[in-house]
Write a protein of this length. Structure first.
Length: 83
């Protein structure tokens, strides 16, 4: 996974807050287990897990209106897309 597409556990946690999804809802949308989502969120640094699962979580959160901001000197982050 390229650095541009790589997301962190903290970004996933923040994205959940912004999207108002629960871990269970995110797991269902990404077609993975709640435990897998929990492990990703608990990751220090890049989200742990199989690349396809991390990509599925990213896609589900982007579909919920979240935009991932890559590391650009100020640190990685998330924000809501403009309506």
């Amino acid at each position: 996974m390229s650095e541009m597409r790589q997301i962190t556990g903290r970004q996933i946690a923040a994205a959940l807050g912004l999207s108002r999804l629960t871990q269970a809802e995110l797991a269902k949308a990404a077609n993975i287990s709640v435990q897998t989502v929990g492990r990703m969120i608990a990751s220090e640094g890049p989200a742990s897990g199989m690349a396809n699962n991390v990509a599925a979580v990213r896609s589900a959160l982007e579909s919920a209106g979240v935009e991932f901001i890559p590391e650009n000197g100020g640190g990685p982050g998330v924000r809501l897309k403009k309506a």
